[in-house]
Write a new protein. Structure first.
Length: 219
């Protein structure tokens, strides 16, 4: 029996960030940190960027699966969200944090997000006429990407983490993907619930963006 190098409970306290949303903090990291510690304790220490590429591949396969089967795709969306935290956790616990790694992770996350939301949005065509489906799909995808762009510009232009300013509105990637996974699963049973959750995600992201723009003006 090998001695534990990484204790999940201790690692959790070390790795949870102030910017983590509720899904990430109370659910995703509880699982991802156990996977991370398992890898470290068994001397499996791949490069963080390698993990990033692997989770991106899983995310793209999730997008394809979402198109083929929304029920399975829905579960895979949340699994993808959980696995996405492993690269950063390994980087921090093994001292391999790099600016390029953070850049690569952010860019590939956007590719995965766009892929999943695009294939998932095709189900809107089963509920709405094409023009309405296109409008809602565009709103969903653009608002999701703009949340990430807002954070990036806040750090680059204002040298500020906008997530920590003002009152908290939970519209981070963890919340968006969690809600969308539920939406896809429920589509199989009640398409209108899928439509409602899709609109809620887009609306939540939009409200978040405008609130943070207003808060940023006071800096």
């Amino acid at each position: 029996m090998m001695n534990d190098i990484c204790n999940p409970n201790k690692a959790y306290n070390e790795l949870v960030k102030p910017t983590d949303g509720p899904i990430s903090r109370y659910f995703n990291r509880r699982i991802s940190i156990r996977i991370t510690c398992f890898l470290i304790n068994h001397n499996i220490k791949p490069q963080p960027n390698t993990i990033t590429l692997l989770t991106t591949l899983i995310g793209l396969l999730t997008a394809i699966t979402t198109y083929l089967n929304p029920l399975i795709g829905g579960f895979l969306v949340e699994i993808t969200s959980i696995l996405d935290g492993i690269d950063g956790e390994i980087a921090r616990l093994t001292g391999k944090v790099s600016r390029y790694g953070a850049f690569l992770d952010a860019m590939l996350d956007r590719i995965v997000d766009i892929s999943i939301l695009t294939t998932g949005s095709l189900y809107l065509l089963d509920i709405l006429e094409p023009k309405s489906a296109l409008i809602i799909a565009s709103w969903l995808i653009s608002s999701s990407i703009l949340v990430s762009y807002l954070h990036a510009r806040g750090e680059a232009s204002l040298n500020t983490n906008l997530q920590l300013l003002g009152f908290r509105i939970y519209a981070g990637r963890d919340v968006r993907l969690f809600l969308y996974s539920i939406a896809l699963i429920l589509y199989v049973f009640q398409p209108l619930i899928y439509l409602s959750l899709t609109i809620i995600i887009a609306l939540l992201s939009t409200i978040y963006i405008f609130c943070k723009i207003i808060v940023a003006r006071k800096l």
